[in-house]
Design a protein around this ligand. Structure first.
Ligand code: HEM
Ligand SMILES: [Cu+2]
Length: 522
């Protein structure tokens, strides 16, 4: 599954590179407008539905989360297997929608609607929207069942002694996410089915020509897709909360507030979707309420940032690559989150909606938040999963390339967007050229950074040095295994957990663990 995900990730990165190349100068270079529309749709659909939403839960939720709570596996391993196949089927359907099999031969015909499939355009376009909708539906099923599996696992399989407030914070992140997967995804499932029915049978729900309402589509879509952006970020924040205390050698500051803020972000996430519709037609009172509610998201997010920084304060900071990725993310996600607050203001958003400003916002939030932390997690748990170590120097170089790249690539877009550069256009006025060119250079830098990172990890996996059992001196249960990588059924015995997840004293882990009895011995 990981292999599939990273392959798709590379496909989506490549499409993005092509788009950046096209946009390097005004006018058409090598794509026409229709191809460009398909390119950004392909990029968005893959990144969101095939990589970022399933990414952290599938990569770390399945492997690390059970270890962290002392379970042998998730509650329903077969259901897990089933969701894996649903994912594969969804991917295959998405791939078939790339092509048109007509009498004249093979033809590219991917949806050209953007990843949001807005009606009424998605109902009228001749591209393969239906197959793409079906693919998204199947992937949604996989997401719902994964959420169910995680919820039951966390409720039922925690080690004896581990109450909710002794769980590692990554588990809290997965827990909050699982509720979103279970409760919000059905909404988008229904929306997609309605869109398919509308397209096939013209039932007249979204099509204004038949008395339907296209804005209804946007409401239904964002009722899921706004919670979905928190679904992406919460497990990522969980990774941050693991790395910060371990590499500061300090107990995390405000454990409970971090845990509960995950839950409250998940909750608030359900009631702010209207901020995507400020320019689509809503009553003024509705706009005001959605704007007001959106600001509330900043409170629990701010609390987390405060706690992370307070943890590092007076800590013994060890600047290894996982920590470097985490620290970089504190900066990039802060830019993503705070610019989100600026467009939660109705007046500003009327001007900035559907410009490069919003593109820059969500790329800082998603790449500079979710994906960077996913990479942080890859470096952090790499020795746990492979038993080996990558080259630390190269890992650092890869981080710096990515960090410089993201800023070169997206910071100019804030300015271009502010001056009025609309998103999703394949051509632009000459005055925007400079921003596109800086972005183009940034894209190359990121591309090189990603390549270096993946090659380094692959090389480490193949012939890295033995990492030892607990190279980071971490305190959570996943590092308390008899072997590295962990044996098939995880811990040899059910551990007894009567301690908090991050106990450090004078920079040293407090809890000593006996792998035979699976109890603390200090
Ligand atoms: C404090 C946190 C955040 C706030 C206040 C916020 C606010 C907003 C607002 C108001 C918009 C609408 C922009 C427009 O269309 O003009 C928006 C768009 C978006 N945000 Fe955020 N956001 C936040 C965090 C995030 C996070 C964490 C993610 C993802 C991990 C994210 C992903 C997105 C996406 C994908 C869009 C654009 C969707 C599209 O039109 O294609 N945001 N955000
Ligand atoms: Cu939103």
């Amino acid at each position: 599954m990981r292999l599939f995900m990273f392959t798709f990730f590379l496909v989506a990165v490549s499409t993005a590179m092509l788009m950046r190349l096209e946009l390097f100068a005004p006018g058409a270079q090598f794509m026409d407008g229709d191809t460009f529309n398909q390119a950004f749709t392909l990029h968005g659909v893959i990144m969101i539905f095939l990589f970022i939403i399933p990414g952290i839960p599938a990569i770390f939720g399945n492997i690390v989360m059970p270890l962290m709570i002392g379970a042998k596996d998730v509650s329903f391993p077969r259901l897990n297997w089933f969701t894996f196949w649903l994912y594969i089927v969804g991917c295959i359907i998405a791939l078939t929608s790339l092509f048109n099999f007509t009498g004249e031969g093979l033809d590219f015909n991917f949806a050209d609607t953007g990843w949001t499939f807005y009606a009424p355009y998605s109902l009228n376009t001749g591209t393969n929207v239906i197959t793409t909708l079906v693919a998204a539906f199947v992937l949604g099923m996989a997401s719902i069942l994964t959420g169910l599996n995680f919820l039951v696992t966390i409720h039922r399989l925690r080690a004896p002694g581990m109450d909710f407030f002794k769980m590692p914070l990554f588990v809290w992140g997965i827990y909050a996410t699982a509720w979103i997967q279970l409760l919000a995804t059905p909404v988008v499932g229904i929306t997609l089915v309605l869109a398919i029915l509308e397209k096939y049978f013209g039932i007249g729900i979204f099509d204004p020509a038949k008395g339907g309402d296209p804005v209804l589509f946007q409401h239904l879509f964002w009722i899921y897709s706004h919670p979905a952006v928190y679904l992406m970020i919460l497990p990522a924040f969980g990774i941050m909360s693991e790395i910060i205390p371990v590499f500061s050698r300090r107990e995390i500051f405000g454990y409970r507030t971090i845990a509960l803020s995950s839950a409250s972000i998940a909750g608030i996430g359900y009631i702010v979707w209207g901020h995507h519709l400020f320019t689509s037609g809503m009553s003024d009172i509705a706009k005001t309420i959605f704007s007001f509610l959106t600001f509330f998201v900043a409170i629990p997010t701010g609390i987390k940032f405060y706690d992370w920084i307070a943890t590092m304060y007076k800590g013994k900071i060890i600047l290894k690559s996982p920590m470097l990725w985490a620290l970089g993310t504190i900066i990039t996600f802060a830019i993503g989150g705070l610019t989100g607050v600026t467009i939660a203001m109705i007046g500003a958003d009327i001007h900035l909606q559907d410009t490069y400003y919003s593109v820059a916002h969500f790329h800082y939030a998603i790449l500079g938040g979710v994906v960077f932390l996913l990479f942080a997690g890859l470096h952090y748990w790499f020795p746990l999963v492979t038993g080996k170590m990558y080259n630390e120097g190269t890992a650092k170089i890869a981080f710096y390339l990515n960090f410089i790249g993201i800023n070169l690539l997206w910071f100019p877009m804030f300015i271009a967007g502010y001056y009025g550069m609309p998103r999703r256009y394949f051509d632009y006025l000459p005055e925007f050229e400079i921003y596109h060119q800086i972005s183009g250079v940034g894209a190359v830098v990121i591309f090189v950074g990603l390549t270096v990172m993946f090659l380094n990890l692959i090389a480490g996996w193949r012939n890295g040095e033995e990492s030892g059992l607990n190279p980071w001196h971490a305190t959570t249960l996943e590092w308390h295994c008899p072997t590295s990588p962990p044996p098939l059924e995880n811990h040899s015995k059910v551990p007894y957990v009567d301690f908090k997840p991050y106990e450090y004293h004078h920079g040293e882990p407090v809890v000593k663990f006996d792998y035979e009895t699976m109890k603390r011995i200090d």
